[in-house]
Design a protein around this ligand. Structure first.
Ligand code: C2E
Ligand code: CA
Ligand code: CA
Ligand code: CA
Length: 279
């Protein structure tokens, strides 16, 4: 048995070592990225479906790696969560998104102020000082709390600690709104709506994808929209890519939406152009 174990070790060692080293390299790169501020934000418009008016923006992080170019969030957020680096990265995202939204709102002479939505990781929610960090991002930027939305995924709420509810209530007491992201993809979405002080439901893209051609997807989507109405929550449909999906959702009285049909996530310059076409 001992020999078998040793043989196995030898067979897997080179491959394992390569994976391990790539992981270490990535971790070292990420540490450097935090120190050197290699992150950028993209902004995707959130649109009022009936009027086409942009009512808000979702901030989405990117890593501008010096050799590898733009790295999407799903390729580094898990490592950032494991290593705790999501805490400084997430704080930067929050501060930068508030700062940029406040600046755009200053330039908007008419219309209601835009809201900005920021994704939060469970690791951030475990930080006792998160409510203070949110309050400080708001006061430093001048963004009113009512213009900030914090997006939480169901997986974040699934493994919630006793402190999670308390943290969320503190953040809500500032006037910040809470959105539940990827709604309908978890096991107990409905339970979370009862347990947590949610203001906004984001209907997962997987429902929106099929809303025009799969009757069950359409029925579920309409059901979620009606649920939102009954609970006085806003509904945002995610990942709208074509006019057919838009008209199904509009007919179903979905209030808001985002997706490539309207705009991809844009950098600050392009988003500025979209918001202020003449300048
Ligand atoms: P999410 O919060 O569900 O964000 C929506 C994702 O769908 C974004 O991908 C967006 O670019 C993409 N998307 C938007 N419209 C469409 C569409 O019409 N079609 C398709 N195919 N995709 C669309 P992205 O930017 O790559 O972000 C992926 C995920 O990474 C996000 O999913 C979110 O969970 C996470 N993430 C992004 N930024 C942050 C952040 O600052 N902090 C944390 N903790 N997570 C983040
Ligand atoms: Ca989100
Ligand atoms: Ca989502
Ligand atoms: Ca389709």
């Amino acid at each position: 048995a001992k020999k078998q174990g040793k043989d196995r070790y030898e067979i897997f060692e080179p491959a394992m070592q390569a994976v391990f080293q790539a992981g270490l390299r990535m971790e070292a790169d990420l540490r450097r990225a935090v120190v050197r501020h290699e992150f950028e934000l993209r902004y995707q418009p959130i649109v009022h479906l009936r009027t086409g008016e942009i009512t808000g923006l979702e901030a989405l992080v990117r890593w501008q790696h010096p050799e590898r170019g733009i790295i999407p969030p799903l390729d580094f957020i898990p490592l950032a969560e494991e290593t705790g680096m999501i805490v400084p990265i997430g704080e930067w995202v929050l501060r930068e998104a508030c700062r940029q939204a406040a600046r755009w709102n200053e330039q908007r002479e008419d219309g209601r102020p835009l809201s900005v939505s920021v994704n939060l990781s469970a690791v951030q929610l475990d930080q006792a000082d998160l409510p203070e960090v949110v309050a400080s991002a708001l006061s430093n930027s001048g963004l009113p709390a009512t213009s900030l939305v914090i997006e939480l995924t169901e997986s974040l709420l699934v493994d919630h600690r006793p402190s999670t509810l308390h943290q969320l209530e503190k953040i809500k007491s500032l006037g910040v709104r809470l959105a539940i992201d990827d709604f309908g993809t978890g096991y107990s979405s409905l339970a979370y709506l009862r347990r947590f002080p949610i203001d906004i439901i984001k209907i997962d893209k997987s429902f929106v994808d099929d809303v025009g051609d799969v009757p069950a997807a359409a029925a579920l989507t309409l059901g979620i929209i009606q649920l939102g109405q009954a609970l006085h929550l806003s509904t945002i449909a995610e990942g709208i890519e074509d006019a057919g999906q838009l008209s199904e959702l509009t007919d179903g009285n979905c209030e808001l939406g985002q997706g490539y049909y309207f705009a991809e996530p844009l950098n600050d310059v392009d988003m500025g152009e979209l918001l202020f076409p003449s300048s």
